[in-house]
Design a protein around this ligand. Structure first.
Ligand SMILES: Nc1ncnc2c1ncn2[C@@H]1O[C@H](COP(=O)(O)OP(=O)(O)O)[C@@H](O)[C@H]1O
Ligand SMILES: [Mg+2]
Length: 253
């Protein structure tokens, strides 16, 4: 059976989308069947895989409003075998309001994903930078939550609120939900700050910490503007190596 991992942290700019794109691509490179779901109205995962948002007929918005089936909302990616994406665009920003009053609105995505989840080894969900109904839908769909933590001074800010939300969802909506673990991102080996942050988080957080640490690497920041994941954009970069290692660590757990 496949594993469904939501990538969440309500803080923006911590590396959720970069991790969603590159972990998914590296899992596919390892021969896994992967579905990526972009649940952020900004659609950065969608454009990061080179999809043109203007040309999409269906997105996760149409899916959640029941205007298409889950298979109709999926797109393949050129040159990446075994990977499909359900994209998003800015329309998703209004979904929260449009879903008001709908029965079981916490389970809209889960009820769709249930149809296809056995077709995939991994389903990776990129969450928006907030703890809203979209993130709740990701957490009711997922088996676990992977939390990227940026190696900067305020790294732990908001983490207790995130963990509280995961606990509430686990208690009330999805008893199988777990914290998958935390992944440190944008690690800068030239400063003490990054290693201090890693130590502080390890001391204060009772969660699995991935051994793989993602370095700050300019190739990771450039790749999305070429619509490519890092393993294809620059397969020899430190960023590619780190996300390959993360994929192997995810598989081995
Ligand atoms: N390891 C990294 N090295 C360099 N830049 C990174 C790295 N991870 C993310 N970035 C850049 O930081 C910004 C925020 O990352 P992103 O993945 O979009 O965060 P989030 O989805 O949490 O908002 C983006 O411009 C991205 O390209
Ligand atoms: Mg993002």
């Amino acid at each position: 059976m496949g594993r469904i991992i939501a990538i969440a942290n309500q803080k923006g700019g911590v590396g959720k989308t970069t991790t969603a794109i590159n972990l998914s691509a590296c899992l596919a490179e390892q021969g896994k069947k992967v579905l990526v779901i972009d649940l952020d109205p900004q659609g950065n995962t969608t454009s990061g895989f080179g999809l043109d948002k203007e040309e999409l007929t269906n997105t996760v918005y149409e899916l959640m409003l029941n205007d298409c089936t889950i298979r109709e909302s999926m797109y393949g990616i050129e040159n990446i075998e075994g990977l499909k994406i359900i994209p998003s665009d800015v329309n998703l920003a209004g979904a929260e309001i449009e879903l008001l009053g709908i029965n079981e609105k916490e389970y809209i995505l889960k009820n769709d994903v249930d149809y296809i989840k056995d077709d995939y080894d991994y389903i990776i969900i990129d969450c928006p930078p907030s703890l809203n109904m979209l993130t709740i839908n990701a957490m009711t769909t997922a088996d676990s939550v992977l939390v990227p933590i940026q190696c900067e001074y305020y790294a732990l800010e908001g983490i207790s609120q995130l963990i509280h939300t995961i606990d509430l969802v686990q208690e009330r909506l999805n008893s199988k939900l777990k914290i998958d673990g935390v992944v440190f991102t944008m690690y800068d080996s030239r400063t003490n700050l990054s290693s201090d942050v890693v130590d502080t988080v390890k001391d204060n957080l009772n969660a699995y910490v991935y051994q793989t640490i993602i370095p700050r690497n300019v190739r990771l920041a450039e790749a999305p503007s070429h619509g490519l994941p890092i393993n294809i954009y620059d397969g020899k970069s430190a960023g590619a190596e780190s996300y390959r290692n993360l994929a192997k660590e995810v598989i081995s757990r």
